[in-house]
Design a protein around this ligand. Structure first.
Ligand code: PLP
Length: 385
């Protein structure tokens, strides 16, 4: 049976070129970049090359970039690091109700440490209002954190406008953006967008798991949260994951070299899929569609069918999707994003997420739509109303 992988917001398949490069580095250029001999220098050169590629994409300096183990660690380092470095200036932080647990749980931790957190609401499409964000900023606010692209419904937050609005109210406030779902699918230039701290993750862009990126703007003060050998200027101790770093940089380059064509392809696949499933009764697409939404995320509520049942029925046909957000599926809960946008209670448990990548084809989407057309009426017959 052909595998149709439509859970790319959970993780992606490695690009073959990336897997090859990683294999070469693990087998040939495996030195520790801190070593003084030739093997160390070779590894150090891989690091430098990767930083240059990523710096070019983000239009920043290589010195603005730090590598971590994942998007979660990048978010933790940005938020906890900023809170600790700026505690004397204030103890108030702002975020939104629809952030990923990597941000929400970090904020909860800080609440326990005596910080005060404001959680901004979103509208029915999951969008944060720049004006509301600015209104929430106070003299003692040290950081605002808003995601670039929501992982559950694909809302594209107006980050540039939010950055400008909060800085106009209080120029000292730091702006953190979780771009784990946006990096690789959108042009992101932190400096131009008033972003001080930006998190990204390798495994969402066809690089392996175990590598994350944090952009830290010039003159932005954050404390390290890991202590050790002082690698990466002491900001993130621990021997660098050279192969992962090089792999992430290559994956990003492959995506950004052809971004416009890839976006055209992803939006076209999304559009035809939505048109076809919307023609079925009792289907609802959550959030905006078209270019106002993320190119790769489709949140679909299927009236009268439990998401988990539909997920496994699709799996029987070799089609892999997720229910709600895969990143938190080991802790059953009602999706914070779906609740925040006012999804009716009866649909909370009936929502699946279909997330695509450039490795998918139109045939994949047609097969998924055909499977839904076949399965949904059948499953509805067996669901008690
Ligand atoms: N932030 C968002 C928006 C995500 O979607 C995810 C993962 O799904 C993360 C953070 C966490 O990234 P990682 O899995 O690399 O820790």
């Amino acid at each position: 049976m052909r595998e149709i992988y439509l859970d790319n917001s959970a993780t992606t398949r490695c690009f073959p070129e990336v897997a090859q490069l990683i294999s070469d580095i693990l087998l040939e250029r495996y030195g520790n970049p801190s070593s003084l001999h030739h093997k160390g220098v070779e590894a150090e050169q891989e690091l430098r090359k990767a930083k240059q590629i990523l710096a070019q994409i983000l239009k920043c300096n290589a010195s603005n970039l730090y590598f971590t183990s994942c998007g979660t660690e990048s978010d933790n380092l940005a938020i906890i690091g900023a809170a600790r470095a700026n505690a004397r200036r204030g103890r108030h932080l702002i975020t939104t109700k629809i952030e990923h647990p990597a941000v929400l749980e970090t904020m909860k931790y800080l609440e326990g440490e005596g910080y005060e957190i404001t959680y901004l609401p979103v509208d029915e499409n999951g969008l944060v209002s720049p004006q509301q964000a600015a209104d929430a900023v106070r003299e003692d606010t040290i950081l605002v954190s808003v995601m670039h692209t929501n992982n559950e419904i694909g809302a594209l937050e107006p980050v540039s406008e939010i950055g400008a609005a909060i800085k106009a109210k209080n120029p000292k406030v730091l702006f953190h953006v979780d771009a784990v779902q946006g990096f690789g699918k959108a042009v992101i230039h932190p400096k131009k967008m008033n972003i001080d701290l930006l998190a990204a993750s390798g495994h969402k862009i066809h690089a392996p798991k175990g590598i994350g990126l944090l952009y830290v703007g010039d003159n932005v003060k954050i404390n390290n949260i890991i202590y050790g050998g002082g690698q990466q200027g002491g900001m993130r101790s621990g021997t660098e994951n050279v192969a992962g770093i090089a792999g992430m940089a290559l994956a990003a380059k492959l995506l950004y070299d052809h971004l416009d064509e890839e976006l055209d392809k992803l939006y076209a696949m999304k559009e035809t899929f939505i048109q076809r499933v919307s023609a079925m009764p009792g289907m609802r697409i959550n959030g905006l569609t078209g270019r106002e939404s993320a190119p790769h995320v489709i949140s679909l509520s299927v009236e009268g069918v439990r998401a988990e049942v539909l997920l496994h029925a699709l799996e029987d046909k070799g089609i892999f999707v997720s229910s709600g957000s895969a990143c938190s599926s080991n802790r059953p809960h009602i999706s914070a994003t779906l609740s925040a946008i006012g999804t009716p209670d009866k649909l909370l448990d009936s929502t699946i997420r279909i997330s695509t990548s450039v490795m998918n084809t139109q045939e994949d989407m047609d097969a998924a739509a055909a499977a839904l057309e076949e399965l949904v009426p059948l499953l509805r017959r067996y669901t008690r109303h």
